[in-house]
Design a protein around this ligand. Structure first.
Ligand SMILES: [Fe+2]
Length: 261
């Protein structure tokens, strides 16, 4: 199956430091590009922080832009989405609600998706809660099942950049690693949160951090103690092809964007 992975759009009703003022225009262009290539895609994965401000209007903006693509969307919340407000929105926005896969297993031809909410209300760091851990354990232990794609906001890998790793500490990470180590089921884990793409591997699981199209950070050095400097635009997202054996190919897809200022 083929899909686009995006994260950390940070749509906002007010201007905020650390997010481009033209974030909505960038996300509009991003969604247009996914629409343009939609004939070769099966779905879109969103790993949280679709909003910066957890405002209903920002969730509505996201819903409007991505509903136009016409592909299934599968998403989980990020820490900026509340996540309490995110769940309130699901009660009122049927389309958004149909996209949420928190603690759900979506069985697709040749692939399963599992969404995990790793957020703690009011905190930047994350936690894999007990109910979610049980689902991960159960799904990881399924023998002969198609590849499992876990979607969560906080990365399951250490990036090696201190400032990123400080804000992405994840309670339950040791248990997750243990589950992955015992599991023979092919797995990918898609995440966001740190606004720079990283790719890594935990035992049998390929792990991918999507970066942020509207709030990219670019430290002077990719690993170590460099401060995370605001860069702004990341004019690409990632497209995946995963076969029924868990073999995969991932490539960045650039979208055209010319700032108006
Ligand atoms: Fe974010």
């Amino acid at each position: 199956m083929r899909f686009a992975h995006i994260s950390d759009l940070h749509l906002s009703q007010t201007l905020v430091a650390g997010v481009r003022a033209d974030a909505a225009a960038i996300v509009e262009q991003l969604s247009r590009d996914i629409l343009r290539i939609s004939e070769i895609l099966d779905f879109v994965v969103v790993s949280g922080d679709v909003t910066e401000d957890a405002e209903f209007a920002s969730f509505r903006q996201f819903e409007d832009m991505f509903a136009q693509i016409g592909l299934p969307v599968y998403m989980v919340p990020g820490n900026h989405d509340g996540p309490a407000v995110y769940y309130n929105c699901l009660d009122q926005f049927p389309t958004l609600s149909s996209w949420d896969i928190t603690n759900k297993v979506v069985e697709l031809p040749g692939l399963c998706l599992l969404g995990i909410d790793t957020c703690i209300e009011g905190e930047t760091t994350g936690r894999i809660k007990a109910d979610a851990m049980k689902i991960i354990e159960r799904e990881s232990a399924r023998r002969g099942a198609p590849p499992l794609v876990i979607v969560m906001h906080h990365p399951p890998i250490t990036t090696g950049l201190q400032e990123f790793d400080a804000v992405s500490q994840l309670e339950g990470i040791a248990e997750l690693h243990d589950i992955i180590k015992r599991s023979e089921r092919p797995k990918l884990i898609l995440s966001g949160h740190v606004h720079r793409p990283y790719q890594g591997r935990i035992d049998g699981a390929g792990c991918f951090v999507a970066g942020s199209t509207t709030s990219a950070f670019a430290p002077d050095l990719p690993f170590g103690s460099s401060p995370i400097l605001f860069r702004g635009l990341q004019d690409f997202y990632y497209v995946y092809e995963v076969d029924e054996n868990g073999r995969y190919v991932v490539t960045p897809q650039h979208f055209p964007y010319v700032p108006s200022e």
